[in-house]
Design a protein around this ligand. Sequence first.
Ligand code: HEM
Length: 139
Amino acid sequence: MVAETTLFEVFGGREGVSGLVDEFYRRVEADPGIRPVYPADLTPGKEKLKLFFEQWLGGPAVYSEKYGHPRLRLRHFPFIIDEHHAGLWLRHMRQAMLARNIPAEAIAVVFERLAPLAKQMVNAHEDVPREPLGDLILN
Ligand code: HEM
């Protein structure tokens, strides 16, 4: 039997994902082009992104155990996100992966899914509900 390596393992498991998201958030925090989209306190969102990424890369599904279905587009409605923000988000994520020495092939695989996902989050020109959702549990 050949053991299948998940992306989660390639990214260094929980520790690796945590380090990656810390790197990403450092870049977001330092970039006036995207920082204003985020709330004053970055900590809760950072922890959620860590749990989400663990799950999304094939690791334990703690995010969904706590919050239910990700429904990412809906969860981003309270934040006004335009195309420029999506580009910056992707750039900071790529830089964070490079800084964590994630292999280029793994970055390529992940970005095939991440790039369209980031574009889906763009909502600036849409009439969507902007009320805060907090820790909403969704099915
Ligand atoms: C396109 C550019 C994006 C921007 C500007 C953006 C911005 C944000 C903001 C402002 C929050 C709220 C953070 C908080 O409550 O502290 C958030 C939450 C989150 N974002 Fe994004 N995001 C983007 C794309 C993405 C993508 C591509 C993913 C997935 C790969 C993602 C995953 C998440 C997750 C899992 C959360 C937490 C949702 C929750 O449970 O409330 N985001 N994002």
